[in-house]
Design a protein around this ligand. Structure first.
Ligand SMILES: Nc1ncnc2c1ncn2[C@@H]1O[C@H](COP(=O)(O)OP(=O)(O)OP(=O)(O)O)[C@@H](O)[C@H]1O
Length: 288
């Protein structure tokens, strides 16, 4: 995989208030990178600074090519503010800024707004506006896409279609940098997770690495065996018994399962909760 963007020691403040401090990371092609952080953590500021929409205080932002504007697409949080323009017109206007735009029909189909091509933007619902914003970000057939809270306001089907499109874009080699508060949506698609906290990146790695770092996993099962059998397992953090139901918390699933294996004949309904991204992040933040 090739590096498409490098950010080194980036700092940004508004007046005297520091927002981003010493941020460094790199993005590779054919991948989805999720930026996670609470409200006000600085996610939008980071995207705006990278794209030179606002000035940075210091640090370096290097795209792999010089004319990076031609290979980036952006979907910001705020919905489209132009009103007296139709869906068809804004798609074509946006395409006109790029040397090799995607065909109009491809974009219209992707937006799901085929029936509304002649509708003025202000007459679209907020979910429809998000879908339109998405295809406008794609208009120039970009190599790198920046998506700030893309699925806010979308219904379930629109969300599913949206993430399917993202998976296809990733497969075709694109880099997708996305912020979202819907962590469950990021679980199956994010290759790299960045956690922005207290102005800095406190985590940069894969979901697997995040699991290992924060790593408590719940293992549940039913068994007629005595609690003593499980109390002796070396790898567990805690053990609870409710009648014949057992709950084990471990941070080393593999080891615990191998320790449980001699007793598998006496175990039923074994469940391993690898934890949702949501709980992993809570866990991660609690630990610090
Ligand atoms: N133009 C501005 N002038 C001064 N402060 C600003 C400005 N824009 C943003 N901020 C402040 O910078 C901080 C980071 O804001 P930012 O919008 O980047 O956070 P965010 O992580 O994107 O939040 P959210 O998840 O709510 O979208 C906040 O404290 C915000 O109030």
């Amino acid at each position: 995989m090739a590096v498409v963007l490098q950010v080194n020691h980036l700092n940004k403040s508004y007046r005297d208030k520091s927002i981003l401090k010493d941020i460094s990371f790199q993005l590779e092609d054919s991948s989805v990178i999720a930026l996670i952080g609470v409200n006000g953590a600085g996610k939008t500021t980071l995207i705006n600074t990278i794209l030179e929409l606002i000035p940075k205080d210091s640090g370096k932002v290097n795209f792999s090519i010089n004319n990076w504007r031609q290979i980036t697409g952006v979907m910001m949080q705020d919905n489209l503010i132009l009103n007296r323009i139709k869906v068809r017109e804004i798609i074509n206007l946006t395409r006109s800024y790029f040397a090799t735009p995607l065909p109009y029909n491809t974009l219209l189909n992707l937006s799901g707004l085929n029936e509304s091509a002649n509708t003025f933007i202000n007459q679209l619902s907020s979910g429809q506006k998000r879908r339109l914003s998405f295809v406008l970000a794609l208009a120039g057939n970009p190599e790198i896409l920046f998506l700030d809270e893309p699925t806010v306001g979308m219904d379930t089907i629109a969300r599913q279609d949206f993430w399917k499109s993202i998976a296809k874009l990733k497969q075709s080699g694109k880099t997708i940098f996305v912020t979202s508060h819907y962590l469950e949506e990021l679980e199956n698609i994010a290759d790299q997770i960045l956690i922005l906290e207290d102005k800095t990146l406190t985590f940069n790695g894969s979901l697997k690495q995040l699991r290992e770092t924060s790593g408590k996993v719940l293992i549940e099962f039913d068994s007629q065996l005595s609690i003593k059998t499980f109390n002796e397992l070396a790898s567990i953090i805690s053990l609870e018994q409710i009648n014949h139901h057992f709950q084990i918390i471990t941070n080393d699933v593999k080891k615990t399962i191998s320790e449980l294996s001699p007793f598998l004949q006496g175990i039923e309904n074994l469940k391993i909760d690898q934890s949702s991204l949501n709980s992993i992040i809570l866990n991660y933040q609690e630990k610090k």
